[in-house]
Write a new protein. Sequence first.
Length: 133
Amino acid sequence: MMLDAGRIPIITLHDFLLVPIQTALSDRLVSQLKDDITAAIVRVAARGLIVDVSGIDVMDSYISRSLRDIGMVARLMGVRTVIAGINPMIAMTLVEMDISLGGVDTALNLESALEQFANIVRVLPETEIWREE
């Protein structure tokens, strides 16, 4: 995977995508991320998508709606999405602003998000990265 300084990395693990967001998001970066994720879903025939937002300190209404939209688009493409790592301050702010993630699943952290995919992952051969111990 080549990293572009102007893009959020999308890590492919078999037919799952992991998007670790570790930087402040601009509107341009969010728009590019939407395009990159949908292209990656098609390229790898993804079954699952985890967007890890634990590196984000601030999430405005545009970013939260964009994350919801990413999850909804992925769902329409047959891909289950989990948004992981929303910190308590952001969660409270989203509630106060009456912003919903539109039914997109969430998880406390990356580990919890991975556990939500446990039934899907269980079908992978033992030699694969995400095997159950």
